[in-house]
Design a protein around this ligand. Sequence first.
Ligand SMILES: [Zn+2]
Length: 144
Amino acid sequence: MPHYIKCDYCGAYQIQSQITKEHVMPQAYGGIVTIPVCEPCNQMRGISMTYPPFVQWKQREPALWASAQATAQMTRRQAKAKAAALRGSLAPPSGAAKKAKKAAKKKARRARAAAKKAKAAAKAAAKKAKKAAKKAKVNYGGIK
Ligand SMILES: [Zn+2]
């Protein structure tokens, strides 16, 4: 005799092979608490937080929902720590990273200063050229 399991969303009884593990807090959010739901319900809900049967389930199972949220937060933190550790293995150690960041900042500052200087020099040159042109006009203006 096949084993029947009730879908926690639609309430339909399904043979075990038709029942899937539904992450009430989606796996994408680090959810680990699962409930048995039928395949169509699982697919229809997706990661929706407003899917009516899911909303009804939340109201029916507040304690389980709270625990799903709590554990999801925990795993999200763990996931974050894991991601940070992974990044750490790819990037230079934090001390070197800090130094590199500081050096980059210094370089940018220097580049900005150089650009400012160049701009000022260009302005001065333009002024000088204008002055020279004026002088030239004064000297030879009438003769032309
Ligand atoms: Zn269902």
